[in-house]
Write a protein that binds this ligand. Structure first.
Ligand SMILES: Cc1cc2nc3c(=O)[nH]c(=O)nc-3n(C[C@H](O)[C@H](O)[C@H](O)COP(=O)(O)O)c2cc1C
Length: 194
């Protein structure tokens, strides 16, 4: 099945949606504490099943090298190459059971994804680059960070101010500047039955 892809914005969207992209070049400039708080505030106001807010975040800045390294060390080598510069690393987690009644929460990871999306758009609004990563060793993260069994692991997130793409390898530099592509709406939006 060949699906149609395009780099064009088909219909008007928020500026932050246009501007956000998963860049890999970061500046060493630290992120202000109040901006870090704003990121998690954005996540806080995401919708969730039963308003249970299952999202949980462990973050570390480079000023906390021990904790930052515990997050960093679990990353795959392909992510370490560029994420080593990111001044802020975040691990996103979801509580498996409702805080409300202890029952399994089938929407926990869905809700975490929504909160992460809010966080990503807030970061973009604050002039920060944000890059989510599934490429890390979950077992290592669990051990390094003493994560209880009652949590599911979400993505690791690198955040920082924009850096110079010239600091990246040729391959990554090209990916950094290439136009983003998406399936066109007609490939995934239906106004009819299957
Ligand atoms: C769940 C998830 C896992 C991802 N894992 C990685 C990763 O391990 N390494 C990486 O460089 N990018 C990773 N990405 C970033 C995607 O490659 C990126 O979002 C996608 O190519 C679309 O590009 P854009 O975010 O710039 O629009 C991940 C994104 C998501 C949502």
């Amino acid at each position: 099945m060949v699906m149609k892809i395009s780099s064009e914005i088909e219909s008007p969207v928020l500026d932050v949606i246009k501007q956000r992209r998963s860049r890999r070049a970061y500046s060493l400039r630290p992120i202000e504490d109040e901006k870090i708080k704003s990121l998690f505030e954005a996540a806080r106001w995401a919708p969730s099943s039963m308003n249970d807010q299952p999202w949980t975040y462990i973050y570390a800045t480079k000023e906390q090298p021990e904790l930052w390294n515990k997050l960093f060390n679990s990353l795959n080598d392909s992510n370490k190459v560029w994420a080593k510069v990111a001044p802020l690393l975040v691990l996103s987690l979801a509580r498996k059971n409702f805080a409300l009644n202890g029952m399994p929460n089938g929407a926990a990871k869905y809700d975490l994804g929504g909160a992460n999306a809010f966080l990503a758009l807030q970061a973009t609004e604050l002039g920060l680059n944000i890059h989510q990563m599934g490429g890390y060793d979950h077992q290592k993260a669990i051990v390094n960070l003493h994560i209880p069994d009652s949590y599911e692991l979400g993505v690791m997130i690198a955040i920082g101010y924009e850096g110079d793409p010239e600091t990246l390898s040729e391959h990554l530099k090209q990916r950094e500047v290439a136009p983003r592509q998406r399936y066109v709406q007609q490939e995934f939006v239906m106004n009819t039955t299957f």
